[in-house]
Design a protein around this ligand. Sequence first.
Ligand SMILES: NC(=O)c1ccc[n+]([C@@H]2O[C@H](COP(=O)([O-])OP(=O)(O)OC[C@H]3O[C@@H](n4cnc5c(N)ncnc54)[C@H](OP(=O)(O)O)[C@@H]3O)[C@@H](O)[C@H]2O)c1
Length: 320
Amino acid sequence: MRAIRYHEHGDPDVLRVDEVEKPIPSDGEIRIEVKAAGVNPVDTYFRDGSYQPFTLPMVPGVDFAGVVDEVGSEVTEFDAGNRVFGTGLGNDRYGGTAEYVTAPTDRVAHLSDGVSFVEAGAAGVAAVTAWRAIVDHAALEPAEYCLIHGGSGGVGHAAVQIAAASGARVVTTASEQYHDTLSDLGARTTLDYRRDDLQSAVVEATEGGPNVVVDHMLERYLQFDCDVAAPYARIVLFRNRHLEAGFTNVPAAGGKELQFHLMSMYNAPRLADPLSRVDRLLADDLLRVDVAGEYGFDEVAEAHRRVREESFLGKLVVVP
Ligand SMILES: NC(=O)c1ccc[n+]([C@@H]2O[C@H](COP(=O)([O-])OP(=O)(O)OC[C@H]3O[C@@H](n4cnc5c(N)ncnc54)[C@H](OP(=O)(O)O)[C@@H]3O)[C@@H](O)[C@H]2O)c1
């Protein structure tokens, strides 16, 4: 089979199309014929050596969608021919950017018939991170105000929709060209993150401060989050490559008795559980994953370059 691999860390041009043996599913694993594999910033961190994958040469790609091709022993919940999607690969095991991939069943969910492989292949990290932030950590309630930084991002646009689907009032930040689409996706207010008066604009749009903040740039917004938040707000932060972040005014945070949740998608006890809920949202048209570009195997380097360097709304996907 064909697989994208990098044999050493480096720029996107270290990615090659290699001919390799089809993987064999172990106990508790299934093999999937991949129909689509999302491209995420984290794939590039493993590729460039910022994060260390378990081995080299390595197949990148956290996310995948496709058809079950073979099941290992002790697998009861999947059969050959099932449509599935999943996430959580490309780190401690080979990733999804290959014609076939094996995955433990606790990182895979069934995919409803009406949901396309491309959309599901793009959903994984983005939608599960958004789900965990809003549902598992923030426990967002209907009619609360939720601020989502960077609403046009992969995680951001999923978070806007999941928060809106829960009945919350969503305020997000994004570049100007995405404001109309984010309004279609459920944002009540979208503010350009470059505004000089962003802080007062957020406070005004949330009638005094958001009850929940979802922040993917804590190195930049941690104090901002404290300054705008309503008393007792929950602030959910997810880890990224920056090692440092901090408060410049601790009493401002302490005075509001804020709760901080630092999370990583990989810590989910069972990724299959949020994935199953994401499938239902996709099937019920409460969530759509916008795909800004599809790439063949010979174009994966361009997708890795674009996901780091260019602005677009939603996700990029590799289609074998
Ligand atoms: N630890 C975890 O579990 C986990 C899981 C998922 C993601 N992450 C991390 O979270 C980050 C976002 O992931 P993603 O997949 O959504 O990335 P993405 O698709 O590249 O989105 C990044 C978003 O940030 C926006 N942005 C850029 N500068 C901004 C600013 N100053 N203020 C507000 N927004 C700004 C971008 O908008 P423009 O394009 O208009 O500039 C873009 O919409 C990445 O660092 C990723 O590695 C971590």
